[in-house]
Design a protein around this ligand. Structure first.
Ligand code: 16G
Ligand code: ZN
Length: 537
């Protein structure tokens, strides 16, 4: 891959930005960055009194030629924002300035440092993760390599290894066992004691690491006799499909097309429930064949299904736990119909900037915070105090009753949902358990509300930095004339809504439009793109 190690120009490393998902670019550009990230992780570990720091080598849903790396803090959270600029300094400085740059970053005094490294299935990920190891060891860190894992599995390992969540026995700090334990606990609260007629779910693994995770879950479900409730069938497993190519969550959700390689039998079967994960299995979207169309059940609908379920259980548990707050956090990309649906059911809806760290942070404001981006990245956060209360009540001998049942359900949800990051495998079990408890088909779930037709476009401009969005990226603060034009255009279409924002991952301005009809949504998007070109191009 790329130039030989000896040929790399260490005085001029590629200038990379630590974006919403860490460093990410063509894999050949990453050798130096990987070593330096290993070093930075060692320093971060010392700064955190020797607690373990995670490093994940992946470029998620990007094409196979790309790779990337993200750093995970001791609690399993993403790297603290204050350290992102330090990561950039260390990754991009000339080798002759490396020692002083490292010295300017290092403040920690702990004697030991410890780093946990994971990687996805990309052909170059192994070699790149070895560069991370070399960097960490050069600064004296102890390294644990957990091999090929999903991004959420790596977050789990770091969190559990540092004692921030109870460790269950089993590989990867009990990841799969803990999930299936919680799934089983949730199912036990079901009044329906038999299996389901539609227990099979086809999981499109995007040609990536998700397939391993699905295999681990399936084995445990079978061992526990739960296959009649949930039978997982993996498609597009590693080497069956080039990673993320015409398959996986990004392809399905953005192109609104079925994943490739699924047989006609799969796609045409009545009641078939399918879902797609992305290249590092932190995103999940569902799909099925409706009467005539291929239908997608996206992150907005996952959030709606879960939030309505949780709202009902919180209400039922009220005599035992009072009234904890519940909120759903969305980004500007959430379909307008989703927020309307939730508000009609008295679920609070808040908005945050696009990017997982922003929505995650906003969700922490609630006792139970549900967040999902429309692209399928999300989870359910439960505040520690509430989680502890639920655990305590759930461990007391039960007197039965609806409130007690609700406590058991909420406690299982808190155990099942990944508390660090969106997790396709955990979300899949959560969704399946809720569908099973509610005896809901995927078609009924998809029909929770009718989405407004929407369209996304992009436009190159001279400098996208001229566009200054507000905190939720729903409007522009500047240029004011462009925002005024967008307002006028949106008002000229029934249920029209549109916004533009500078992309954080590509050199483009993104345009989003929705309206009452497909024609109006398409027309509005084109008109807004034209306005961007005229007023900011
Ligand atoms: C990154 C974000 C994702 C966001 C996307 C927006 C993480 C882990 N990933 O992939 O949440 O939806 O960027 O991309 O934060 P954009 O700024 O190019 O529209
Ligand atoms: Zn991903």
């Amino acid at each position: 891959m790329g130039p030989a190690l000896s040929k790399i120009d260490r005085e001029h490393p590629p200038q990379l930005a630590y974006g919403t998902a860490g460093f990410r670019c063509d894999a050949t550009q990453l050798v130096i960055a990987m070593e330096r990230v290993g070093m930075l992780a060692a320093l971060r570990s010392r700064d955190r009194d020797g607690l373990k720091i995670g490093v994940m080598v992946t470029a998620s849903h990007n094409p196979h030629r790309d790779n990337g790396v993200k750093i995970v803090d001791p609690t399993g959270a993403m790297l603290a924002q204050a350290w992102e600029s330090k990561a950039e300094k260390v990754a991009c400085c000339p080798e002759s300035q490396l020692l002083e740059t490292l010295a300017s970053v290092a403040e920690g005094e702990a004697a030991s440092a410890s780093v946990v490294i994971g990687r996805d299935t990309r052909a170059h990920s192994r070699a790149l993760s070895q560069r991370v190891r070399a960097g960490a060891e050069a600064l004296g860190a102890r390294v644990e390599d957990v091999g090929v894992v999903t991004t959420p599995q790596l977050h789990h390992c770091v969190r559990a290894a540092n004692g921030f969540s109870p460790v269950v026995k089993g590989p990867l700090y009990g990841y799969a066992d803990a999930l299936v334990d919680a799934f089983e606990a949730l199912l036990k609260t079901s009044p329906h004691k038999t299996g389901r007629p539609d227990s099979t779910v086809v999981v499109d693994c995007a040609g990536g690491v998700g397939a391993f995770g699905i295999h681990q879950l399936r084995r445990r479900l079978e061992e526990r006799g739960l296959a009649s409730v949930l039978s997982l069938r993996a498609a597009n497993i590693v080497r069956e499909a080039p990673l993320n190519h015409q398959c996986g969550a990004e392809h399905v959700q953005k192109q609104r097309l079925p994943p490739k390689n699924l047989s006609r039998r799969d796609l045409g079967a009545p009641n078939l429930r399918g879902c797609s994960v992305d290249g590092d299995a932190d995103r999940l979207v569902y799909w099925f064949h409706g009467l005539s169309n291929f239908e997608i059940v996206d992150g907005d609908k996952i959030a709606s299904l879960l939030a309505v379920f949780i709202a009902r259980e919180l209400a039922a548990a009220q005599p035992l736990i009072g009234t904890p707050s519940l909120g759903v956090v969305q980004t500007a990309y959430a379909n307008g119909a989703a927020a309307a649906f939730l508000r009609e059911r008295r679920v609070e809806v808040a908005f945050a900037k696009t990017g997982v760290k922003y929505v995650h942070h906003a969700a922490e404001a609630f006792d139970v915070g549900v967040y999902f981006e429309a692209n399928g990245h999300g989870t359910v956060l439960v505040k520690e105090a509430l989680r502890a209360r639920l655990a305590q009540l759930d461990s007391e001998p039960g007197t039965g009753g609806r409130a007690r049942l609700a406590v058991s359900r909420l406690h299982a949800v808190a155990r099942l949902a990944n508390q660090s990051v969106g997790d396709a495998l955990a979300d899949l079990l959560l969704v399946e358990a809720v569908l099973c408890l509610q005896q809901k088909s995927i078609a009924a779930w998809g029909a929770l509300y009718d989405e407004l037709p929407s369209r996304q476009l992009k436009q190159r401009v001279a400098s996208r930095a001229l566009l200054e969005p507000n905190a939720t990226e729903t409007r522009l603060v500047a240029p004011a004339a462009l925002q005024a034009k967008i307002d006028a255009l949106a008002a000229s279409h029934k249920s029209g809504r549109a916004f533009v924002r500078p992309s954080g991952t590509e050199d483009v301005v993104r345009v989003y439009a929705e309206a009452a009809t497909r024609r109006d949504a398409d027309a509005l998007a084109l008109e807004v793109r034209r306005a961007v070109f005229d007023l900011a191009g």
